[in-house]
Design a protein around this ligand. Structure first.
Ligand code: NAP
Length: 358
């Protein structure tokens, strides 16, 4: 099988490094271009990430000596030399918006990890198991810009990737109200304990912009395509508090939910066990076999024990029980830089390739 040539934009950062390590032995994709800011451009990759390589495995050998390009200045040559690119750059929001649009206009499909385009009405924001049908909006995106290959597809914020999947199959009961508190890892800020020593033995009750994203983004994911735009779902009402906690990786969430018709506890567990999405149907290489793992142990899921389940792509859930104020409550966990960032991006790219959009 011919492998797709892939660029990683923002390859030197925390998420970019994840992309590089995840793609090192990918069956369909080969990284041929690494790009970052002018600060790193011109260096070999191993020089550019020297002292800040934060992955548990070594820098892939075939990548270490690639020369890092300037993601903006070298845009034309990058766009014409790859089949698609992952975007994990960190710039101002309006700069990222223009940057990703420019790649799409050059007919280079962009799969983005950034928030800049998440609420753009003709850009799909996809959790592949939850709303794969939103990819159909790409036809409108291309038509309105007169493009044949260019597209932008984004993944959602990492915080909600723990609680949207288990809530999704419960929408059939008329999901009305959700309250969630998230306990988020420091890698979500692109940091380690070495680079963020204030986080050792500490909890910080504020993550800029995160609560708004956690409340709004699920409504787009559960929205519908109408007249060339994705229209947000009118419910459920969601309220969120997002807290930074001293763990390296893994965002955990405590969730409370109420419904029009309250489901039985055992019925919910069965729905989670049976939940198979498009990635499982298509046997995509990065798809977890079992998307939602439910644990009956009362002290599970635990961040350190369960974040890496199925390559960090599965969602772990436990402590489902009735609540006195809401109908139910439970605890859930997902790996923020795997399922919540680079892994979710790779799975989305696999879906786009398999469904013929790339
Ligand atoms: P990071 O570690 O700070 O890395 C930022 C990357 O962007 C680096 O490769 C950097 O290149 C590059 N960059 C910065 N300015 C640039 C410019 N002007 N032109 C081209 N490249 C530029 O950040 P991160 O944690 O990987 O996050 C990347 C993006 O993903 C952010 O927008 C973040 O909000 C989002 N995100 C992160 C997570 C997570 O778990 N960390 C999850 C979801 C979304 P240099 O090395 O050359 O400076």
């Amino acid at each position: 099988m011919k492998k797709y040539k892939v660029g990683v934009l923002g390859a030197t950062g925390m998420v970019g490094q994840r992309f590089v390590s995840l793609l090192s032995d990918h069956p369909w994709f080969t990284v041929t271009v690494l790009a970052a800011s002018p600060r790193s451009a011109g260096m070999t990759y191993k020089e550019a990430v020297s002292g800040r390589w934060a992955m548990p495995t070594a820098i892939p050998e075939d990548i270490a000596n690639l020369v890092v390009l300037d993601a903006t200045a070298d845009m034309k040559s990058i766009a014409s030399s790859v089949d698609f690119a992952f975007s994990a750059v960190d710039m101002k929001k309006d700069e990222i918006r223009k940057f990703e649009e420019a790649y799409a206009e050059l007919e280079c499909p962009v799969i983005s990890n950034n928030s800049a385009h998440r609420l753009t009405p003709d850009v799909p924001m996809v959790i592949p198991e939850v709303n794969p049908e939103h990819l159909e909006i790409i036809t409108d995106f291309r038509k309105s810009r007169n493009l044949s290959r260019g597209l932008i597809a984004v993944k959602s914020n990492c915080s909600l990737q723990s609680y949207v999947p288990p809530l999704h199959p419960l929408r059939r009961f008329g999901l009305e109200k959700v309250l969630t508190c998230t306990y988020q890892a420091i890698s979500g800020a692109g940091k380690t304990f070495e680079t963020w020593p204030e986080m050792v033995d500490n909890v910080i009750p504020y993550i800029g912009g995160e609560e708004e994203k956690s409340e709004i983004e699920p409504l787009k994911i559960w929205g519908e395509i109408k007249d060339g735009a994705i229209i947000n779902s009118s419910g459920p009402a969601i309220t969120a508090q997002c807290i930074r906690v001293p763990v390296t990786d893994g965002h955990l969430a405590c969730v409370f939910a109420s419904f029009r018709e309250k489901p039985e506890i055992e019925e919910i567990k069965q729905l989670w066990l049976d939940f198979r999405g498009r990635p499982q149907e298509l046997s995509l290489p990065s798809a977890p076999k079992q998307f939602i793992h439910y644990f009956n142990e009362e002290n599970f899921p635990q961040t350190r024990l369960h974040r890496d389940l199925e390559g960090g792509m599965a969602i772990s859930v436990g402590r489902l029980r009735p609540d006195s104020q809401y109908d139910i409550k439970f605890v859930c966990l997902s790996h923020n830089t795997l399922r919540g960032a680079a892994g979710g991006g790779v799975l989305l790219a696999e879906l786009l390739c398999k469904e013929g959009y790339i």
